[in-house]
Ligand binder design. Structure first.
Ligand code: URA
Length: 243
């Protein structure tokens, strides 16, 4: 059981100071398991108790993990003076001071992005040594043939001489357009686009649909997000050797 003081938890989860957290409790804005909270020093079981502030219930766990369906046009950064970021899309009840995207998608790439405040988790997803495959669906200018697939699957060399680790590739069509599903375990700059470019092809649209065995929730519209369940978190690090 992990116990934390109520005022500390509110400060952490609601992006307010400890002083403001105590004021919220004093003002009657806080409930614990639907009961009005009165003591700032009350100990909360972060695995079991449910805390609400002004009607918003938040998770009391140490870290937060959010699945976002990233829309086009937002950047994978925490803040930016001019452009909207993925963190701007997170609603207040899930927002914490130190959340950031675990990995990057290009501004025009859509799909699955995990937003978290857990640095070790993000490192594990991003580092190629941990072999977490990310699956992308790419709509292409030209169909990929067997020769292209062989090159991608044996580790293609990009235009600047960078060698990629072997990918897994399937060819198909989307609304009659040539497309491919590609799984890679690295995150080099514009990697998927550059891999197809090295074959003389061009990525017209790119969407990430899976990280490890965790699939993008089809119920999430572009721009929508929700917290991941414990089971889903495990899927991120589950190798899907089944295909
Ligand atoms: N590869 C790319 O080219 N772009 C992305 O956003 C992700 C992978």
């Amino acid at each position: 059981m992990d116990l934390k003081r109520l005022d500390k938890l509110i400060a952490l989860n609601c992006n307010v100071s400890r002083k403001d957290a105590r004021k919220l409790i004093k003002d009657g804005a806080v409930t614990v398991n639907s009961r009005l909270a009165v003591r700032a020093e009350e100990l909360i079981d972060t695995d079991a108790d449910e805390v609400s502030v002004n009607g918003y219930t938040f998770t009391a766990k140490d870290h937060i993990y959010i699945m976002l369906n990233k829309p086009q046009g937002v950047i994978s950064a925490t803040r930016d003076p001019a452009k909207p970021t993925v963190v701007d899309l997170i609603p207040d009840n899930l927002k914490r001071r130190s959340i950031f995207p675990a990995g990057r998608l290009d501004r025009d790439t859509t799909g699955l992005l995990i937003i978290t405040d857990d640095g070790a988790f993000a490192h594990r997803i991003m580092s190629p040594t941990h072999h977490v495959f990310k699956t992308y669906q790419a709509v292409l200018e030209f169909p990929v043939d067997e020769n292209d697939i062989r090159k991608l699957e044996s580790g293609i060399t990009l235009g600047d001489g960078t060698k990629c680790l072997p990918a897994k590739v399937k060819s198909f069509t989307v609304d009659g357009l040539p497309a491919a599903e590609i799984k890679i375990r690295e995150g080099k700059y514009h990697q998927v686009k550059r891999m197809f470019f090295a074959l003389g092809n061009k990525v017209l649209q790119l969407k990430r649909i899976q990280i490890g065995s965790l699939k993008l929730d089809p119920e999430l519209q572009p721009g929508e997000c929700r917290e991941l369940t414990a089971e889903e978190l495990e899927l991120v690090f589950t190798d899907e050797n089944q295909d």
